[in-house]
Design a protein around this ligand. Structure first.
Ligand code: 6GU
Length: 235
């Protein structure tokens, strides 16, 4: 998968050199480029923002540097092309990011992330980009971050680990929170007793049918307690 990130803080993404995603890059499973938006601003101060038309607080990101950055990254694509790249703008005003969205996006061949700062990006950037790519505004949840960088990091980690070969044991992708719509069951390892806390006997029983049922009950109980919104009304 090809990933492009446009940001005024390229150093933010240096950590993608390490861990599982770093290995996926070395193996060629992920081809990641980080672009500095200021490289597409041509005045002496490499200005990327300006005051809002109509007044109001804060600054708005100027359209021209974004346009040039996407010209370079997207090339000749048009949006009629079903294989047109997906351009994601992290925004608290976007559609909420979910495991289902991460899985859909993990099948794409190219994702481009545009990290906004200040009070936002000039609306015409979204309109213009939508002529050449499938544009999505995506939010992590109902709270406000200073900019899109941390959100993009989270999305790339969630999407990247679903690309075949990135996570060593594919079974670990199946047995985890959200993949089956439930939170995951509690896990234990040795020793069987620690500081007076015992591992539940059932896990030491060797009865795998009973263990599977116990784990499912734990999932349902935990989901009902912490995230009842995830359960269908029937449960
Ligand atoms: Cl994706 N961006 C920003 N700036 N704030 C957010 C967010 C995204 N998701 C939640 N808050």
């Amino acid at each position: 998968m090809r990933l492009d990130i446009v940001t005024i803080f390229p150093e933010f993404f240096d950590v993608l050199d390490i861990s599982l995603l770093g290995k996926a890059r070395t193996n060629g499973l992920i081809n990641l480029s980080v672009h500095n938006l200021r490289d597409f601003a041509h005045d002496r101060h490499r200005t990327v923002d300006d005051t809002p038309y109509g007044g109001g607080a804060g600054m708005v990101m100027k359209p021209e540097p974004w346009g040039e950055a996407f010209d370079q990254i997207l090339g000749e694509n048009t949006v009629d092309d079903a294989s047109a790249p997906v351009v994601i703008f992290p925004s608290p005003a976007g559609e909420v990011f979910t495991q289902a969205m991460a899985r859909e996006l993990s099948h794409e061949s190219q994702l481009v992330f545009g990290c906004g700062r200040y009070e936002g990006i000039d609306q015409r950037v979204f309109d213009d980009t939508a002529q050449r790519a499938r544009v999505k505004l995506v939010s992590l949840g109902d709270y406000v971050l200073n900019g899109g960088e941390v959100a993009v990091m989270a999305m790339i980690e969630a999407i990247g680990r679903l690309i075949p070969g990135v996570v060593g044991n594919p079974q670990s992708l199946v047995e985890e929170s959200h993949e089956d719509g439930l939170l995951e069951y509690p896990s234990y390892t040795k020793p069987a007793e620690w500081r007076g806390h015992r591992v539940p006997d059932i896990l030491l029983s060797g009865n795998h049918g009973a263990i599977d049922r116990w784990r499912h009950e734990q999932q349902v109980e935990r989901t009902r307690r912490v995230r009842p919104d995830l359960l269908p009304d029937a449960e």
